[in-house]
Design a protein around this ligand. Structure first.
Ligand code: NAD
Length: 241
């Protein structure tokens, strides 16, 4: 399905990023994954069947640009970029510290933007490419105690919608996935009661797995999705927040 394609996945050391790197590699792509820690990135790359694991902090615009250019140069092109790196920290309105605003927006919004910009630059030469960014059901509907995260993910969805409009004529598709509650380290802080409450509000009656999201991303970056761009695809078992 992805034979001959070159793919980059940010935040690929665990959770959805790791599952996505594995799914793309299993579909035949040459995958480069990144993580903040080089040793962890190399370990994850070996586990996922990826070609390499590199260190990258997505908040550093210059580092993102240099790494993306380097990957495209080494492999001769870049077909697929998944801007997955992200963080989530809950805080009620009255408890939101400035530091939380800074770290969340610089990672989720600026980090995604840097990645999409660098990907677009690398893909522009060949006039083809597929980019997926990680939004969230929370960014589409809002969630008490998650105002900062929700704002950041609404921004991510609109990065996809806007970049898709700008890049379509260059043959580059940009879509977002909006997962519901997925069982990863990010959501490991949820109490059993909170998990049960979410499952109760989910028609499919379970939490999502990283593979549920990875499979949808694999579809969106494949040629089967050749006429799909600017979409925000919910992967949430029907969860109603
Ligand atoms: P996770 O915490 O397991 O993994 C996140 C990854 O991003 C990690 O590898 C982490 O090291 C990396 N990362 C964080 N900050 C980074 C930075 N500055 N530079 C580079 N890498 C960085 O989380 P996950 O559940 O796998 O989430 C992946 C993405 O999916 C995130 O963007 C998250 O917001 C989004 N998402 C997750 C859920 C969920 O329920 N798990 C729901 C909706 C959206």
């Amino acid at each position: 399905m992805l034979d001959g394609k070159v793919a980059l996945v940010t935040g690929g050391t665990r959770g959805i990023g790791l599952a996505t790197a594995r799914a793309l590699a299993e579909a035949g792509a040459t995958v480069v994954l990144t993580g903040r820690d080089e040793a962890k990135a190399k370990e994850a790359a070996a586990a996922a069947g990826a070609a390499s694991g590199l260190a990258l902090d997505v908040t550093d615009a210059k580092a993102v640009s240099t790494l993306v250019r380097g990957v495209a140069k080494e492999h001769g092109k870049l077909d697929i970029v998944v801007a997955n790196a992200g963080i989530m920290e809950d805080a009620l309105l009255g408890m939101i510290r400035e530091e939380l605003v800074d770290t969340t927006l610089s990672t989720n919004v600026a980090g995604t933007l840097h990645t999409v910009q660098a990907a677009a630059r690398a893909m522009m030469r060949k006039k083809t490419g597929a980019i997926v960014v990680l939004a969230s059901i929370v960014g589409e509907h809002g969630s008490a105690g998650q105002t900062v995260y929700a704002a950041s993910k609404a921004a991510v969805a609109n990065i996809a919608r806007s970049a898709a409009k700008e890049l379509g004529r260059s043959g580059i598709r940009v879509n977002a996935v909006a997962p519901g509650v997925i069982d990863t380290d990010l959501t490991s802080g949820l109490t059993e009661d909170a998990k049960a409450e979410n499952i109760g509000k989910t028609p499919l009656g379970r939490l999502g797995t990283p593979e549920d999201v990875a499979n949808a991303i694999r579809f969106l970056v494949s040629d089967d999705a050749a006429f799909i761009t600017g979409q925000v695809l919910g992967i949430d078992g029907g969860l109603v927040l």
